[in-house]
Write a protein that binds this ligand. Structure first.
Ligand SMILES: [Zn+2]
Length: 116
């Protein structure tokens, strides 16, 4: 993997963004990079849209909002799977509804950022 480039606007080092992280878990091999902040998570996205591999979170802090929403989505996903496993389908349904509630916001935020 190449080193993240430096932002042309502010001169700080960009962070890598990993797209399509719906099932990101603490055991993921990328987790140390996420914990140390050199990598953030992006949503599920059509690769044809050519999303960037690197972003500047100093110039555009909303990328951190994207990351936090994706992390939240992953936590909900895990909670939902645990509820299904425990056969607590009411709880699973509630969690799914929460996911459906905020995913459009997440997707809209990414659309806005990609539109520049
Ligand atoms: Zn910058």
């Amino acid at each position: 993997m190449s080193e993240p480039p430096v932002c042309e606007s502010c001169g700080t080092q960009n962070v890598r963004i990993r797209w399509g992280s719906a099932c990101f878990s603490p055991t993921d091999p990328d987790n140390p990079d996420v914990q140390s902040g050199v990598m953030i998570l992006g949503n599920m996205i059509d690769r044809d849209r050519n999303p960037p591999d690197f972003v500047c979170i100093r110039c555009e802090p909303r990328w951190l909002d994207v990351h936090e929403l994706v992390v939240r989505d992953c936590q909900l996903q895990t909670a939902k799977e645990n509820a299904i496993e425990a056969q607590d389908f009411d709880k699973a349904r509630q969690i799914r509804d929460l996911q459906y509630d905020f995913r459009p916001n997440l997707n809209a935020l990414v659309d806005d950022l990609l539109a520049g």
